[in-house]
Ligand binder design. Structure first.
Ligand SMILES: C[S@@+](CC[C@H](N)C(=O)[O-])C[C@H]1O[C@@H](n2cnc3c(N)ncnc32)[C@H](O)[C@@H]1O
Length: 215
């Protein structure tokens, strides 16, 4: 399908009236786009600003992120941490760790962000903390697994945000026409909608963010 769901012209206008990226985030965005494969995975200005606002409002003590990439979303969410709070971020791509570390430092977040390198399903059980906020943004086929691993750990009243739940609109295709990832995203959306432990809202920002609150 590959449709532009969130109209480019609206995104441009919305970005114009959104607080500009910090110097560190703008430089990270630029360097990622110039040097890193699949730079489109980076959250970007608008989604990053949303994550930052959400975190400011929640004032979490502990955040867990699955899928660091070059650290853009981690830096945004870490802004809202309460004093002494920590963001754990996991990525299995060790080649990204240096650029990520460089920008975490440039953003002044070195004491707040802990980088873990490895598979999310292996690292998650080793993080001994009760998260107030989780951002799931790693491999799509395992979103359901990560949700199951995290939902009982999450503080009641805490939130899970899951990215790419519209999968460019392909979640709406007949199931036999869906790619493996689009089907996984559709099944994840069904799973959340059927789970009475949570309330949720599918926010059609960018590629779709499922906002899930544990009751
Ligand atoms: C969409 S990108 C994350 C983007 C980042 N959150 C941001 O907004 O800038 C997905 C990342 O997940 C990582 N990833 C994919 N599968 C993973 C797994 N099983 N365990 C850990 N990381 C994984 C990839 O290496 C990639 O960097």
């Amino acid at each position: 399908m590959t449709k532009v769901l969130f109209l480019e012209s609206i995104a441009v206008y919305a970005e114009k009236y959104t607080t500009p990226e910090s110097d560190a985030l703008a430089a990270l965005n630029r360097e990622t786009n110039v040097k890193i494969d699949k730079a489109v995975m980076l959250s970007g200005h608008l989604q990053g600003a949303f994550l930052q606002m959400f975190s400011y409002a929640l004032q979490p003590k502990t955040i867990i992120e699955l899928g660091t990439f070059t650290g853009y979303s981690a830096i945004c969410m870490a802004q809202g941490l309460q004093a002494g709070g920590v963001l754990h971020t996991i990525d299995y791509n060790e080649e990204l760790a240096d650029i990520t570390g460089k920008y975490i430092e440039a953003a002044g977040m070195k004491d707040k962000i802990i980088q873990h390198t490895g598979l999310a399903a292996d690292i998650l059980p080793r993080i001994d903390a009760i998260p107030d906020l989780v951002f799931i943004d790693a491999d799509k086929v395992n979103y359901g697994l990560y949700y199951d691993m995290l939902i009982d750990k999450l503080r009641p009243g805490g939130f899970i945000l899951a990215d790419n739940v519209l999968y460019e609109g392909d979640v709406m295709l007949p199931i036999e026409q869906q790619s493996k990832n689009a089907r996984a995203m559709h099944q994840f959306n069904e799973k959340i909608a059927a789970d009475e432990r949570v309330e949720q809202m599918l926010l059609p920002l960018r590629d779709g963010i499922m906002v899930i609150r544990r009751k």
